[in-house]
Design a protein around this ligand. Structure first.
Ligand code: ADP
Length: 338
């Protein structure tokens, strides 16, 4: 659906240049919710703005639905852009227009009939739950309501792709969740491809199918969210995940604490239905190993349950080895911690 090939963006000229993206390749599938996570300055905004050419890449190709956008004339590009909606961190609404008129705006630009506009805007107002607010001005709305107007406006021209530029970063956690649920709902309902950029792992974990981690203008890691989240390979990814979990200091101390028995700290990862099964207690019953729980999480990635437990097994070296072997044979991932 979206292919970025060798994307490079250099801002400025002469000595004052900044390379925001460097030879970046990325492939996004039709109908998926794809997240790009990175720290401030990593190149996220530049990347997402290159997808609809709000920012023109210095080099590289931008393919959306089989069309290479950088090669198009101005008129052709305008037509293609109608298939790509966008929402923004600070909503970018017209302050002097009502909710209704903000949503109608893109339709008026393409000379849609009054009746068609009315029908479409009312349908969108229902979709985002703002029917009662249609005559209000943006200043009279909460942040979450403003973003709902942004979503409705972005959907007015029936796009195939929705770009979300830090769309929940200005919202409180509860409102963030309601906007994320709305995005998930429209993704499912219209099979809309959604690309979002964020600096919050929580946003990725809640609604994305796949994720790319961007750092210094390049992708350092990408894949299914569960894989990247549960088995991060790059230090930057680990940092994002750590920032979402507990303080690691006491855990480290517990792992390192001297222990009289023969023991081994391990991290056990459960994914899907296995999260709720009693595999661990069956296995330790068989091997006679006992364990202390040092840290534990049971949560979901999108709709998929997962669990991650850090435990210290206590028993003979042989029994601990057997325990790890049996857990692995049952399909759990066991990482031995130093
Ligand atoms: P992010 O969205 O991850 O914070 P950006 O894409 O905004 O990152 O920026 C990537 C890099 O490009 C940063 O070093 C930033 O300073 C630089 N940059 C972004 N926009 C401009 C611009 N208009 N002019 C010059 N440098 C820019």
């Amino acid at each position: 659906m979206i292919e970025l090939k060798g994307l490079t963006k250099v801002y400025g000229k002469g000595r004052n240049t900044a390379t925001a993206l460097s030879q970046l390749d990325l492939s996004i599938r039709k109908g998926e919710i794809f997240g790009v996570i990175g720290h401030s300055g990593a190149g996220k905004s530049t990347l997402i703005r290159c997808i609809n050419l709000l920012e023109r890449p210095t080099q590289g190709e931008v393919w959306v639905d089989g069309v290479e956008l950088t090669k198009l004339s101005r008129g052709q590009l305008q037509a293609q852009r109608r298939k790509i909606g966008m929402i923004f961190q600070h909503f970018n609404l017209l302050s002097s227009a009502t909710v209704y008129d903000n949503i109608a705006f893109p339709l008026r630009l393409i000379s849609t009939s009054r009746a068609a506009i009315d029908s479409k805007v009312n349908e969108l107002l229902t979709l985002v739950g703002l029917e009662e607010h249609k005559d209000k001005y943006p200043a009279q709305l909460s942040g979450g309501q403003k973003q709902r107007v942004g979503v409705a406006r972005a959907l007015a021209s029936d796009p195939d792709v929705l770009l979300c530029d830090e769309a929940t970063s200005a919202l409180d956690p509860q409102t963030t969740d309601s906007i994320l649920r709305l995005l998930l709902d429209i993704n499912k309902r219209f099979h809309l491809t959604i690309v979002l950029i964020t600096h919050e792992m929580h946003v990725i974990q809640s609604i994305c199918d796949r994720v790319a981690v961007i750092h210094g203008g390049g992708i350092v890691e990408q894949g299914d969210v569960a894989k990247v989240f549960l088995k991060p390979q790059h230090e930057i990814t680990r940092e994002f995940i750590r920032s979402e979990t507990q303080n690691d200091g006491p855990l480290r101390a517990a792992i390192d604490a001297p222990h009289p028995e023969s023991s081994q700290a391990v991290k056990i990862t459960f994914l899907g239905q296995k999260t709720y099964e009693s595999t661990l207690s069956h296995v330790v019953k068989e091997t006679g190993v006992i364990f202390a729980i040092l840290q534990g999480t049971i949560s979901t990635i999108k709709d998929v349950p997962y669990g991650q437990l850090i435990v210290r097994f206590e028993g003979s070296a042989e029994a601990i080895r057997e325990t790890i072997g049996k857990l692995t044979a049952q399909g759990l991932d066991v990482e031995v911690l130093d």
